[in-house]
Ligand binder design. Structure first.
Ligand SMILES: Nc1ncnc2c1ncn2[C@@H]1O[C@H](COP(=O)(O)OP(=O)(O)OP(=O)(O)O)[C@@H](O)[C@H]1O
Ligand SMILES: [Mg+2]
Length: 273
């Protein structure tokens, strides 16, 4: 086991709440990823805390999405992708042969740039996961899970009277909250978000950011963003990637006000990227 670094408790400049950052949830050591011959990640090591938001930033193509996909083994589904190194969640190796990737992906939910509700009703979008994972034993229990998940995702008030209408009929921001509710419904511990607001307007973005701030009381959240302002608003920790390497990581305040690396400084001030 690795020694856990004490995490400095600093609220990012614009966060609304100040719940303490938890101990390490995800431990990453010497991760390399190759697509065929091409190396996309080079020896990445980081400890990611629970009950906090960690932002991954860096120029396009630096490997942020690739790294996110290592955490719930989505790279397994990409032909020619090869992952080396070790990733542990609560000390358990996610790449161990005994780990069922389907169960891992329930524990480590993922939200993408473009909201991707299933072509089903709002209710069914949220009920689907709990049903296939056997999380409810009765119809009323399932209804309870759906309601609780939609409430946690901040969507219940807007959809409670139209649960049996198609999820795809919601606005983009509502669809993004619907897929967050869908992720929450299977009791995840980690939620990975890959540019979750980049297809949304500023109001829908603000709503998702508020939601992320609420969710971090309960979950380990990792968010990829191209918006420095968003990283500063929603995250407590920030990791800067450049050309497949993790250049530096630390408290968001430290990275944005006093980065150690010139490459980080150049990126956050808009000189590169
Ligand atoms: N399925 C794939 N097959 C081959 N190469 C890939 C694949 N996915 C990503 N890559 C390559 O791996 C590198 C990292 O890509 P990745 O998508 O992880 O970057 P990113 O930091 O998420 O970029 P962006 O900010 O544009 O989303 C890039 O050079 C990319 O071209
Ligand atoms: Mg990406």
């Amino acid at each position: 086991m690795t020694v856990q670094q004490p995490l400095i408790r600093t609220a990012a400049p614009h966060t609304h709440t100040t719940a303490p950052v938890d101990a390490t949830k995800i431990t990453v050591r010497d991760v390399n990823v190759f697509y065929g011959e091409k190396q996309a990640l080079d020896s990445v090591s980081i400890d990611i805390p629970g009950k906090a938001v960690t932002a991954f930033i860096g120029p396009s193509g630096c490997g942020k999405s690739t790294f996110l996909r290592c955490i719930n083994r989505m790279n397994d589904t990409i032909p020619g992708a090869r992952v080396e190194g070790r990733i542990e969640i609560d000390g358990e190796d996610v790449n161990d042969k005994s780990v069922d990737p389907v169960i891992l992906r329930a524990k480590v939910g993922m939200v993408f740039q473009k909201p991707n509700p299933f072509p089903k009703t709002i209710f069914e979008n949220v009920a689907y996961g709990p049903r296939i994972h056997g999380l409810s034993s009765s119809k009323s229990e399932l209804e309870g899970i759906v309601e609780a998940s939609l409430k946690k995702a901040g969507l219940w008030g807007e959809v409670s009277d139209r649960l049996h209408q198609p999820g795809t009929g919601l606005s983009g921001g509502q669809q993004q909250r619907l897929v967050i509710a869908r992720a929450i419904a299977v009791q995840p511990e980690v939620i990975l978000m890959d540019e979750p607001c980049s297809a949304l307007d500023p109001i829908a973005t603000a709503r998702i950011e508020e939601l992320i701030d609420e969710l971090r009381q309960q979950y380990c959240i990792v968010i990829v963003t191209h918006s420095m302002a968003q990283a500063a608003r929603v995250s407590q920790r920030t990791a800067f990637f450049h050309m497949g390497k993790l250049i530096e990581h630390g408290s968001t305040e430290e990275i944005f006000t006093n980065p150690r690396e010139p490459r980080t400084q150049d990126y956050i001030t808009g000189r590169t990227g």
